[in-house]
Design a protein around this ligand. Sequence first.
Ligand code: ASP
Length: 462
Amino acid sequence: MRTHTCGELNKTFKDQEVVLCGWVHRRRDLGKLIFIDLRDRYGITQVVFVPSVSPDAHTLAQKLGPEFVVKIKGSVSVRPPKNVNADSTTGDVELLAKELEILNPSKVPVFEIDDHIEAGEDIRLTYRYLDIRRSKVREALVLRHKVCQAIRSFLNNEKFTEIETPVLTKSTPEGARDFLVPSRLTPGSFYALPQSPQLFKQILMVSGMDRYYQIVKCFRDEDLRADRQPEFTQLDMEMSFVDEEFIYALTERLYQYIFKVVLNVDLPIPFPRLTHAEAMAKYNSDKPDIRQDKSNAKEFAFLWVVDFPLLKYNADEKRWDSEHHPFTGVNPQDIPHLESGAYEKVRGRCYDLVLNGNEIGSGSVRIHRRELQQKIFDIIGLPPEEAQSRFGFLLQAFEYGAPPHAGVAYGIDRIITILTGNESIRDCIAFPKTQKGTCLMTEAPSLVDKKQLKELGIVTIN
Ligand code: ASP
């Protein structure tokens, strides 16, 4: 329908006949002259309607309201120097309209499509399609896309295979509350949505896939904060025959690549490292912000925090829990402590990546031997029958030649939030949920028919 986009025209198109499509961003009616700013994803082009050029188009242009969708044929005219708008890439031209077609009128939008208008978040989320028309939100989504493409191209080049894992599955071991999905075909049984692909990615290592990644949704039914969503996206990775040094080096090169390709920033590597004990002693935090100037949004300070304790004591329940998850490897020097029961002294082979004071990822070298895994289950009080019923398939897989392996997962939403200088991860997700876990646009979660509940065996009464 169009020959060009609204972000494309400049002086070099002088006198060319073109067709643009887009939304009426703004209209100024000066009587004889009507100006509109025509907007699409790529930019804004000024269009002018003059009665002597096209009386019909000029008359119809009087009816245009904000956000009407239009198609305009016209010729590109170069603006006199005093009218040039230096702030816009198309600011040295305007389109002299010859034909106007209204493709669709629009109700008056509930808030102005303008980056400087601060509409409340609830209204923006209810009308998210209007919100995404604003360049701030759109640019975050485009940057997110670029980061994901950079991740893919880097990892593909490093011989990784992107593999999908199930969404309808069994409870996974990240320690949060599960979202459950009732099974119609097995009444009374439930799938859990994965808190991460942890078990599947480890099994893929047993399968010999060697290097796996996936940009994947994870689901955790937790109380929400500004940097949490019930469903969020991870870059999930797992590798065979590697140690922590390999993961650090690969990760550093990955971020260096992303920053170069997406932001044209040269990120210095290697990233500094602190042990968990050092971080706590020096910053009283396991995710310290080591930026020189904390208010500088353009400063990116990555930091590895390593040597976390393997186990933490749960005083309420008087037992030991895994600090990361129960598949985390044990620092070989600390095996004697594991045997003597000095659990607080045992360091796990796990690491966190911190960016500007935010934990943006974590991972570990895994346990790949059955006996050690059993020992950890014993310590965290997971009886063999329960370990069997929860992770039996993984334990069984480990009996068929599990290679040493390690992995990590990075939180895409958080990374994009930091890169775009936004405050909330909701600003970097196309259709986010509120702090209460609701989607204001679709009104999910919502009540369902009694009939559906009956089919699922959740209610039996009529
Ligand atoms: N599955 C872990 C997580 O989601 C990351 C990992 O150990 O690879 O935190």
